[in-house]
Ligand binder design. Sequence first.
Ligand code: ARG
Length: 265
Amino acid sequence: MKTFLMCDPRYFEVSYVINPWMAGNQGLENKELAAKQWKNLHDILSSKASIKLIEPVAGLPDMVFTANGGFVCRDHEVIVSSFRYPERQGESSYFSQFFENSGYRIRRLNSDIKFEGAGDALYDSNGRVWIGYGHRSDAQALDEIATILQAQVNGLTLVAPRWYHLDTAFCPLVNGYVLAYEQAFTSQSVNIIKNKFNDRVIWVSDEDANNFACNAVNIGSDIILNKASDELKVALSKHNFSIIEVDVSEFMKAGGACKCLTLEL
Ligand code: ARG
């Protein structure tokens, strides 16, 4: 059974702008609705996986996006994040504390390298590691992570500001599939995705990308995401996936959706 780390949205709000989704949304989140949406996601996930919680901290409104707390790179081993923007840097020590208390071996990248955890680092179902860089994480993170893992890692260059973390535009699924949004990447990175996933890439439309369809949690054949078009539902059902839509509109005002609200442990 998978285990996910979540953080309740007690202190969640859009109080600064560090990605394009947040622009114009400062103070516009509905806190009551956010709490309901988060609980709904939590309850659905807890029927399919086990959930651990990290205590939220006042003044760290984005801590609810636990995906950025670190990258669990091996069993009980984690590469902790070093956030690009000062607004989120305070989260690192709380996530590190959580991992230490939970018996994880903590790995850190060279102190001048930015790396935003599982927002930018994902395993596919063949055990290959994918790292997104260009907005939040630095390209230099690749070599360091490859050294820690003693394995090759695949780098993907993110180019469009709205797709600032890899998990906003790329979601490996079971059985060698991946959901991806072409416009988020350089043409070179698009080719890498095509070459490595062959006919198992499911490209999403602009509409689906903007509804954060790639920011999905995959558990077996279930794909939990904010919203998918009928077209995408049909495409996924052809590959035996079923979609569970969980509205996370309030968190999208901060630039995150279902996957960002979880960290696979
Ligand atoms: N407001 C947060 C930020 O800009 C959202 C993080 C979303 N997380 C993710 N894994 N995509 O950092």
